[in-house]
Design a protein around this ligand. Structure first.
Ligand code: GLN
Length: 200
């Protein structure tokens, strides 16, 4: 089998997309910045980065981007970090807002303080290799997950890294840590998802 690099997009409407692109390349993928809906075509996976979820929603209102993205995440591996995790959730609270409704979880926005809450913690994870450094920036809290959601790391008991089939979400910013495990996990998820499709 030809071992080609999976092509993974990074939604580049705002937020820390360059760092995600570098982390993906380091984890063995080919990264592509996505600024327009047509650029979703042909991708093996996508990262929706952190930023401000309300701003993302505003950008996505244009050119049918939101609806296209909603269809995309149904079948294609997607990793949402922080604001990206908010967009992937089925339920968003404080305040309620529109989302892609892909991962069966409820999130509360800005749940760790009203103003700037930036914290770097080390916490246990089910990923091999010991504790994980987690950079939180005005992070949401995942207050509920459905039965199909696997919790891979927690902060004070609440899930902070979750997986549901081909979808991954983190309420922290793995692109701001040197630890490559979370991006590797996503690249592996993309590879596993695309593997059954025979390619010449
Ligand atoms: N507080 C932001 C929101 O509600 C998320 C912050 C982040 O992505 N770092 O969308």
């Amino acid at each position: 089998m030809k071992d080609s690099k999976p092509v993974i997009g990074v939604l580049a409407l705002q937020g820390a997309y360059e760092k995600h692109a570098h982390a993906l390349e380091a984890a063995g993928a080919q990264a592509r910045l996505v600024k327009r809906p047509a650029e979703l075509a042909g991708l093996d996976g996508l990262i929706i980065p952190g930023g401000e979820s309300t701003t993302f929603l505003k950008h996505l209102e244009r050119d049918g981007f939101f609806d296209l993205l909603k269809d995309f995440v149904r079948d294609t591996p997607t990793f949402g970090t922080c604001a990206g995790a908010i967009l992937l959730a089925t339920g968003v609270e404080r305040p309620h807002q529109h989302s892609l409704g892909a991962i069966d979880m409820t999130v509360e926005r800005n749940a760790y303080g009203r103003q700037i809450d930036s914290t770097i913690l080390r916490g246990p994870t089910t990923l091999p290799g010991g504790d994980l450094e987690m950079v939180f920036i005005r992070a949401p809290r995942i207050s509920h997950v459905g039965d199909q959601v696997e919790v891979l790391a927690r902060r004070e008991g609440a899930p902070v890294l979750v997986r549901q089939g081909h979808l991954l979400a983190a309420t922290f910013h793995p692109e701001l840590s040197v630890d490559p495990r979370v991006h590797r996990l996503f690249v592996d998820t993309v590879r596993a998802h695309t593997a059954p499709i025979a390619r010449d």
